[in-house]
Design a protein around this ligand. Sequence first.
Ligand code: ADP
Ligand code: MG
Length: 327
Amino acid sequence: MTSAIRFSGVSRHYGDVRAVDNVDLDIAEGEFFAMLGPSGSGKTTSLRLIAGFERPTAGEIRIFGQVAQGIPPYRRNVNTVFQDYALFPHLNVRDNVAYGLMVAGQPKAQRHGAADGALEMVALTGYGDRKPSELSGGQRQRVALARALVNEPKALLLDEPLGALDLKLREQMQEELKSLQRSLGITFIFVTHDQGEALSMADRVAVFNEGRIVQIGAPETIYFRPETPFVADFVGSSNVLPPEFVAQLTGRKAHGALRPEAVHLSEQGHSATVRSVSFLGAATRIGIRIGDVPMTMLLPKSDTFPKVGDTVTVNWAAEDLHVMDRA
Ligand code: ADP
Ligand code: MG
């Protein structure tokens, strides 16, 4: 497996701020890789380090095997799609897409041909003569994508590219990006703070917190086997159970992660007090307490929801309680 991007002990500090802090990372060629984390966790800085807009204060980055140090952004074989698209309002769509090729000195016929090819890839054939202002938000997003693809980079860096779109369009673009990546076969590095987006799109996810990668793995692993309370809480809002409680249940004293949908009403099990009931549409979220341990359960459609103040009996399958021994 050839490595597209490799970080070895990479840091980017700004004074006391450790934007990226001693990160090791190995992204394979052709992989759809997501960087997931809350605001300020170092995702954008990591992308900027790959793109060459920032330099590490420590460590080494390799891009397709080559040490990145000293290689300018335009020679790195990677392009970035920014959240705000950064299109030129006075240029039409074709010239926006061809802009980089123009700067590189490519003749007009050739760069226009390449731009039209890139527009076809993003399903915007025929839109070349329009101005960005004559496009919808989703179409502008595609133009930004076409512009990043036009010179055939080996890796595409996408920084929260769908953040400005409404939910329905975002879901549609998620599928399109996924299939585009599959058909192009190039490496995508996709930054998001949306766990659902990361889990549904990526081959692997790196979870960032405070400049560090706290867990890296397949979506199922991140979701079902979080290694730390932070990951359990951030990815899919697992119940994080205190070590004392987990010790009573399993004999192992460590934080536990229990998915809300794994908890159900039961004849036998733990006595719990209902603290809140929220109707979500497809499911209902019930806040409960077992002793002093707060928990959330997610009940599918049912005729008989408990009410706030009720005492109920709840349970879960033993294998659904994931003990985070490695934290
Ligand atoms: P994310 O993209 O995950 O929201 P960033 O990589 O943008 O996070 O930022 C990580 C941290 O580094 C934040 O605390 C941010 O304020 C800080 N930071 C980023 N760029 C700079 C800069 N140029 N100067 C000082 N601090 C910065
Ligand atoms: Mg960011």
